[in-house]
Write a protein that binds this ligand. Sequence first.
Ligand code: BG6
Length: 486
Amino acid sequence: MYHQQLDDFPENFLWGAASAAYQIEGAYQEDGKGISIWDTYAHTPGNTYQGTTGDVAIDHYHHLEEDVALMAKMGLKAYRFSVAWSRIIPDGEGTVNEAGLDFYRRLIHELRKNKIEPVLTLYHWDLPQALQDKYAGWESRQTIVAFKKYCEVLFKAFKDDVKYWVTFNEQNVFTSMGYRWGTHPPKLKNIKKMYEANHIINLANAEAINLFHELVPKGLIGPSFGYGPVYPLTGDPQDVLASVNADDFNNNWWLDVYCRGEYPYFMLKQLQKAKIAPNITEADRKLLKSAKPDFLGINYYHGGTVQTNRLEKQAETANQKDFSATDPYLMQPEADQAQSPEIPMFNSVSSPYLAKTEWGWEIDPIGFRIALRQVYEKYRLPIFVTENGLGAMDKLEDGQIHDSYRIKYLQEHLLAMKEAITDGVEMIGYCAWSFTDLLSWLNGYRKRYGFVYIDRDDNGERTQQRIPKDSFKWYQKIIAENGKQI
Ligand code: BG6
């Protein structure tokens, strides 16, 4: 589809930027805050890049007014942030900490005063440590009860001031990192537990949405999913089939549950055969069906390319060997097959067509348009892009940051989004990741994403001075013109 002329962005399009509590706030023990699993994880040697933590982060907790003033200067229409559960309920399920609520009250008040729409994420990975210790966190249905209570506190406190709410940030990422790869807390490599915990989080998501619709009838709520389109490496039907598998495995497994209230049929069947499917009761099925998100948050960084899996090929030659008879854990594949170790459905490979960032992430703006089209076609929910951006090692030169590479990246992605809108995708807004530089969970402070440079690095807190980058001015203009000229 080629458009000679692109449609305008909708009039009230929410031009925004995003962040997450652990990555910016710091003050990790102040005003009654409890410890989160990320506090514990980052304090354990060997878990993060050079032992970096969010103890101080970019000290947003003490720079709140200054940071919002910069957002206002930029002309932001929306700001997405997350609430640290352990600030609100330090042990996850007990007494509410008023001082924690006050911090977010102040933030929301400042945003509203400056006509910036707050977009509140309920869960961006920092589970209270107490719930991990007591219930093994998301492995237990007790954590759903605690999450509901936490949500209720926030819904009641902010129902008149916050219209847009995000339930879970990238459930696909934090469950995979936490339970498959063992690189996030709780640092396990246990596929069975991963599917079980993931199911419990699905139930928590559904409970939160239903409660929200009861308590905040004028608000809008949805999950933010880390979505990437899947490409077959070649036109060989074997590779195409692998891409269908990978799409089920990487995307539909979560999105179908969120948007259709049921697990994708083929994938569930595979997991049942391999004896690693979650335990789903009749009541669970009903609950999942009953909860309908109002929009779908999409975090887009890149897609993925796949080819047919060698193990699958071998299996075919061995006369359709039945994988259910095999212990899934024995199917540990070679490195390049690592995407679906439990069932050999596809191999992930590098795309020969795409350039990469300094951290090896593929740069694929067309994939962004494809992503928006695919998701909208399938689920027909308005889309809110809740993250998209470029991590790079910015250099401060004479007090300035000339991040032309970031401008180029964002420009190409905004153009792709404008094309998707012209194609017909219904969109609420776009939050670039991120407003200020912040802590990258595993990559420290040198992987910078912000429009605003923060004078701190992996070795220390330095001055914490805020310095707008070239991209700040560029985005300011885009917003002022409502994306007329990208
Ligand atoms: C998303 C997360 O996965 O990607 C963010 O929601 C994260 O919290 C962002 O920071 C970028 O990832 P990274 O690893 O480059 O910091």
